[in-house]
Design a protein around this ligand. Structure first.
Ligand code: FE2
Length: 421
């Protein structure tokens, strides 16, 4: 039996934040779905509740009555062991339940979870609650990235949060210079990576194990917008020798010439943010790059992407902290010249690595239906390390393995350069 009060507080804080970030939206925004890879706000709000209902409430409270049995299908994302799922690419069609019905569903789930967490719970329930909280935090990040993508496709360019002129100046000021790039050398050798099991971690972060590293070098900071502009000006998107074959084919097909969210207004490049279109801050990290663009930039710069082992080994000696915009709206900001060896590890942009997302030696998926959480996605994706400006508080850790397909760029994704010595 596990102790409960701190877990209940953690649960309630997480659930409240999900509602807080929806606050600036109007009701119509809750149903926006731009593409198959994005989901509407309403679905995120319901699906995170479905997770607690399915894996904790239903097994524990035998007399529990769900507000609607069809929610089990509608809000199941991909758990085949649980049952059928509503088609992912039609989530934007969920006109019913309404927003208020979804919020009602959420409050029923909260009520039962409060009951559960006010009693003694088993070690398995404790794990599932922590998993449910971590899961909801992931969806809080997706809330922002999915909303941003949906808003961006609308030529009206809606905003999520409007800033005053002075707030705008402080967030998008471009006067200060970027932290100078410097290179830090690492000896390599036998190193340990992976979760230490001291705190909650996803099953894909373990087991902790040993890896061999050749000596390598890492850049102290992320690549900036001005550096990426140099790459573009130097014909980066026209030079096939810089690109992986799949990446080259993709940029021909999609006609990509710049990062996602860069657009021209009156001949000037702007960056669409959830605060609307803003001039590009040359010193802020370049963001919303696909893995292919990150890799091509690294080739152009005479460098490469780090492996996940290099990144994690180098970051292990540093605190899991970062500088974040003071506004609710996520947006990468420029570094304020901290003295740490490596800056911008967290809270700016997820950093692409060259490592294939595959199981660590000895990996075992969690037991039960939640074993589908990570393991079944271990093909054709790359690992990203760190965290982004949209990552929820206390969610990041050094062993975290995020993963996306190389063409994906609607997440807050950037890069840090590496070199072999
Ligand atoms: Fe999910």
């Amino acid at each position: 039996m596990k102790n409960k009060s701190t877990l209940l507080t953690k649960f309630q804080r997480c659930r409240k934040y999900s509602i807080d970030i929806c606050e600036p939206l109007v009701t119509e925004d809750y149903s926006l779905q731009a593409e198959i890879f994005t989901s509407p706000t309403k679905w995120h709000i319901a699906h995170t509740s479905w997770f607690f209902e399915t894996f904790l409430i239903k097994p524990h409270f035998k007399n529990y009555q769900t507000p609607n049995p069809q929610y089990a299908v509608l809000f199941n994302s991909y758990y085949n062991a649980v049952g059928p799922q509503f088609s992912r690419n039609r989530r934007g069609l969920i006109s019913r339940p309404t927003v208020s019905e979804v919020l009602e569903y959420r409050s029923v789930v909260d009520e039962y979870m409060q009951k559960l967490l006010s009693s003694d719970i088993t070690a398995e329930q404790d794990y599932l609650v922590r998993l449910g909280i971590a899961h909801e935090q992931q969806h809080q990040e997706l809330f922002f990235t999915d909303l941003k993508y949906s808003f961006y496709l609308n030529p009206v360019f809606p905003t999520y949060q409007i800033l005053s002129d002075s707030e705008q100046t402080s967030l998008f000021a471009t006067q200060t210079i970027a932290t100078p790039n410097s290179w830090h050398n690492y000896d390599g050798g036998l190193v340990d990576i992976g979760s230490k099991d001291e705190v909650f971690s996803f099953d894909n972060e373990g087991p902790r194990h040993r890896q061999w590293l050749q000596p390598f070098t890492l850049s102290n900071r992320l690549v900036t917008n001005s550096e990426y502009l140099e790459f573009i000006a130097d014909g980066g998107y026209q030079r096939s020798e810089l690109w992986l074959s799949d990446g080259w084919a993709l940029i021909q097909k999609e006609q990509w010439q710049k990062p996602l969210y860069w657009n021209e207004i009156d001949g000037l490049l702007h960056n669409y943010t959830l605060h609307g279109n803003q001039p590009i801050n040359p010193n802020a990290p370049v963001c919303h790059l696909s893995g292919y663009e990150a890799d091509a930039f690294a080739s152009w710069a005479g460098a490469r992407l780090p492996t996940e082992t290099e990144w994690e080994h180098a970051a292990q000696s540093q605190l899991v902290i970062g500088e974040k915009s003071k506004f609710l709206t996520p947006h990468p900001i420029q570094d304020s010249h901290t003295s740490a060896d490596l800056t911008q590890l967290y809270q700016q942009c997820w950093q692409w690595t060259s490592s294939a997302y595959s199981p660590y030696p000895g990996y075992k998926a969690a037991s039960g239906a939640v074993g589908e959480y990570n393991g079944k996605f271990m093909a054709n994706q790359l690992v990203l390390k760190g965290s982004s400006c949209a990552t929820s508080e206390n969610h990041a850790r050094v062993s975290y393995r995020n993963f996306f397909y190389p063409p994906d760029r609607w997440q807050f994704t950037g890069l840090r350069l590496a070199k072999s010595q």
